[in-house]
Design a protein around this ligand. Sequence first.
Ligand code: GLV
Length: 310
Amino acid sequence: MTLIFKSNVDSWPAWRTALEDAAPDVPCRNWDDPGDDAAVEYALVWKPPVGELRRRFPNLKTIFSLGAGVDHLLVDPDLPAGIPIVRMVEPELTRGMVEYVALHVLRYHRETPLLEDQQRRREWREMATPTAPKRRVGIMGLGVIGQDCLRVLSALGFALSGWSRTAKDISGVTCHHGRDGLANFLTEVEILVCVLPYTAATENILNRDLFAQLPRGAYLINVGRGGLQDEDDILAALDSGQLAGATLDVFRQEPLPEDHAFWAHPNVTVTPHNAGTAQPWSAAGAVAANIERIRRGDAPLNIADLSEGY
Ligand code: GLV
């Protein structure tokens, strides 16, 4: 009943300590460490090598994603069939995403890039600054992370809109849903935050048609996945002034290629896919609780719905 761990991003020593604490009776092993692969029942992974889960672990019972998204697993055409894939839902990953979103929404709201530019030019230009109730922020994706972003932005006083695949009713938020609801959602959104999962239905949703429906000079913050965004369309919208700025934590190709135009664009902020990360000291508890459920014969919580792709 071993758990196998694989990630090039997350710290194995930190996870090992946390797992030993949270699930002392589940032996844990790092991907390349020697051991009996037939004993492996659980895999806790981020971007495992394609084909390897099925090839190496014949008795795998559950795949736990180290990320909230499971698209990094679904790219594997040889994924073991018939076993659940569990999304990472844990408070500290959510908190990281919320911190990032709050930081960058406030940065745009308070015109910080402009002020920093003025400072570089030693230019003192006093101006009145509107407060949050006069600024509409729109969140695309109203799952656990999107709703927690709304909670914090609401405490800051922002005017809030939300868009999701299925209808949602969130107090204090103007909610829209479905492709038919997109145009109405976009018309008043000055800062657009995308936390959508990457699926066949959301691929390239952040494209020129969508940007054209935002008020001129809107800002984009994408913390979902790179596959959601058409990167040439973002550059064109920035260059035409339709978008005033973009803060991107995710890219079609990661690491972002060295010659990509985003790196040096004056109105783009690039971060290396680090908005939110599962924290072992907190997330190991969620994994351990799910293993406990499986051993009791119950289904784990937060199983990805493969028919929807997330
Ligand atoms: C990170 O990208 C995640 O899916 O949590």
